[in-house]
Structures are given as C-alpha cells and as structure tokens.
Design a protein around this ligand. Structure first.
Ligand code: PLP
Length: 410
C-alpha cells in the first residue's frame, strides 16, 4: 500500500522525527489537546507546508497500552484503515498489537512492518475471491462474513479457516454509524455458522460493530446479550463458538466531551461477565479511531475570507484542506473537530468553513457555525485537533491538483 509521508521543505534530508524530547509517561490519561507541546514544537521548528497532519506516535502507544490495561480480557486488533501510516503500524507491531485489515494491500503493509499472519484478521465482509486466495496464501486464517455468498467464497478459497459472522447493529448513539451495510440478523447468522461447519470451515465466532464514534457506553452490552444468546443456541446444535469480536467504536475527543475510555471498557467488561459468566470466550477488540484519533492535528492555512453579500453576518472562510484533502468525516457535519486559530485571540464571529476545491460539496461546516476571531486574516494558520484518524487515508490522490495530505510522524 502506498502511504504518504511528508517531505519537509526546510531541512533537506532531515527525517521528520524529533529526538531528545521527553517521552510521554504511559498513564493512559486522556489529554484535552493532543500532544500540544511536542507537536507545536515540531511545527514551529520545521514549518511544514500546509496542509499537514502531524501525529505523535507516543500518544498512540499510550492509547494502546491504556486499552490493554483497562480491558485486559481483550486482544487488540488495530483497524488499519483509521491511519495506515507505516510508522503508526511499525509502532503498534513493536507493542505487540494485532491487526484488522480489509484488503491485500493492508495485509502487505502490516506484514512488511513485521506482523505475522496469525496476528491478522481479514475483517471486511466484502472480499473478492482472489483477495481471499491471496490472504490465505500468505497465511491469514481468520475471516469475516455476513452472507451466504461470502461464506461460499471462503469455503472455496480458504478451506479450514476460522470464520466469524458479523451481526447487524442499529448503531444508535454513533456519530459515524456503520449500520445497514454490514452484518446480518441473528437467525441468519445462526444458520450460516452451522453451514460453515458443513462446508469444511471452522465456525469460530461472532463479530459486531456498534458504530464509530459511539458515545453511549451501553451499546456493547446490547450487542453482547444478542451474541451470548447465539452462542447458547448454536451450542445446542453442536457448534461451539470460541470467539467474540466486539469491533471498534470507542470515541476520540472532538468538540463535544466524551467519557474517558475506562467508562467504556468497564461497561464492556461488566457486560461480558453478565452474559458469559466465568466461561469467557476469546475476546477481540478492533479499535481504530480511539487509538489514533487524538494523536494528531492538521495544520492548515486560510486561503480566502469573503462574504456573498453586504448584509451577510457570517464570513466564508476557505482553508487549504477540505473534504477531498482528508476531512471526509465532515460529511453531514457528522464529526465536529476542535478548531483553533494560531496566534489570534479576541472577539469572534460566525464562519462557514469550506475547502479549496472547485466542488460545491466541499463545504466543511455550514449548519453548525464555528466562531473564529474577527481579526482572522488570509494566510493565518489554523489547527484542527484530533485528526489522527480517518483523514490521511481518506484524502484524494489529487483532486484539482491538490496533493494528498502528508503525514509527519514524530
Ligand atoms: C473501521 C472498522 C473498525 C474500527 O472502528 P473505529 O470506530 O474506528 O474504532 C473496526 N472493525 C471493523 C470491521 C471496521 O471496519
């Protein structure tokens, strides 16, 4: 997979790594602003061209270790799509993380960083048969499905593999729902897992995803109740499932405050015990956003400030990054980032924020009006916080000739 790292204009040949700065302590504490000192220092020293995503790898490590320590019953499979920068993958490999992947390119990416095939779960329920063959040939033995047609592909292309069925969820409470498209109803899952056995596959378990940026702590409990019932009913039919994959969904810290990760993990832990008792199955969690979201910020520049008529109250503020440059999660204004102007204080007024491309869908926030300083000028730098997840991996290869969002990992 091709991921892009930024090249720094200022110091030729210098790597975008900062040495000699104190390491963050591994406390698992939530920060209100991601690595502000380290990232700010990097930006002021190197003045990278904007737009740029700067990611503090130590925050990712802290988040990973915090999740391991607050939910020790679960194995962590990082959802690679959230941020596939090779440095991010390498750091997680060094910490012992496993990986949830969606394509052969993501398998290649994590394996070239040192992950073994046994550390990989092919969690996409929509796979080409040739891609299943490719994964199987590389040694991957764990696959998701949510339909009969996909199960038949797996039986042909990955004989004997461990397969798990994804359940349909309503994703209530999630700012970025993953409902409708994924999963099947419990009765269908039950039939398919029985069928998996007759097809020579290993019916291994059940997965679900309660929706990304899930802010309700009780959503995993509902899903686990359903899952436990399915375990019991399949056991009666001679299929003993061994694994529950509780997906991702844990939130990052955007404009609205969310509870700390411990609130979610303790609810999950309690629900596991309630529904499975002492006999816990193998538990897998697949965090994406919660591991990398808070680890980075985007430095961007104001390109234009204008009004459409003399009477307008709100200013249109056009940035050098938009929906096609990596801020795709502003779709329907679903994810509202924390935004700050660098070095300007004082009275503020409403703005409509938009990207630089020649497409009118490239408006970031219009219904929700951000307040920015009235003294804002063209050329000012703006920071968009907690943008370590689902930004660089969403940025287009060059719509209107704007380069893909570079990532600096420090
Ligand atoms: C995207 C994805 C995840 C990660 O979800 P987050 O909400 O970012 O934690 C986990 N599992 C699967 C199957 C996914 O597709």
């Amino acid at each position: 997979m091709e991921t892009r790292s930024g090249t720094l204009p200022v110091r030729e040949g210098s790597s975008p790594k900062i040495h000699g700065l104190p390491k963050k302590n591994v406390s698992g504490k939530q920060r209100s602003i991601p690595g502000p000192d380290k990232i700010s220092r990097f930006i002021s020293e190197h003045r990278p061209q904007t737009p740029a995503l700067v990611v503090d790898l130590d925050i990712i490590a802290d988040n990973y270790l915090a999740l391991r320590s607050t939910l020790p019953i679960a194995e962590v499979y990082y959802a690679v799509k959230a941020n596939p920068a090779p440095e991010v993958i390498a750091r997680l490999v060094s910490l012992g993380s496993f990986f949830d992947v969606a394509s052969p390119a993501e398998i290649e990416l994590v394996m070239s960083a040192g992950a073994k095939p046994q550390q990989i779960s092919f969690g996409n329920t929509i796979k080409k048969e040739v891609d299943i063959v490719s994964a199987y040939t590389r040694g991957v033995r764990m696959f998701a499905f949510d339909s009969e047609a996909e199960l038949l592909k797996l039986a042909r292309a990955a004989p004997g593999a461990k397969v798990f069925c994804r359940l349909l969820m309503n994703c209530e409470g999630a700012d970025w729902p993953l409902s409708r498209k994924f999963g099947c109803e419990t009765d269908m899952a039950r039939d398919l897992l029985i069928k998996a056995k007759t097809l020579g596959l290993h019916p291994y378990g059940v997965s679900f995803h309660v929706g990304s940026q899930q802010t309700r702590t009780d959503q995993w409990a509902f899903a686990l109740e359903k899952t436990a019932e399915l375990f019991v009913s399949l056991k009666r039919d001679g299929v003993a499932l061994e694994m529950v994959n509780i997906g991702g969904g844990l939130p990052a810290h955007y404009r609205d405050s969310v509870e700390p990760v411990e609130a979610y993990t303790s609810a999950i832990q309690a629900a596991m015990t309630e529904h499975f008792g002492e006999n816990l199955p193998r538990i897998i969690i697949e965090p994406g956003r919660s591991l990398v979201g808070d680890s980075g910020l985007i430095e961007t520049e104001v390109v234009l400030i204008s009004k459409k008529s003399y009477g307008d109250d709100a200013r249109w503020v056009y940035l050098d990054i938009g929906k096609f440059g990596g801020l795709a999660e502003t779709h329907d204004e679903a994810i509202k980032y924390r935004i700050e102007v660098v070095g300007r204080k004082g009275a503020t007024g409403p703005v409509i924020l938009a990207g630089p491309s020649c497409d009118s869908v490239d408006i970031l926030y219009e219904k929700f009006q951000y307040q920015l300083p009235l003294s804002l000028q063209v050329g000012d730098r703006i920071r968009i916080y907690a943008t370590g997840a689902y930004t660089s991996s969403y940025s287009s290869v060059g719509f209107n000739g704007f380069a893909p969002l570079p990532t600096y990992c420090i």
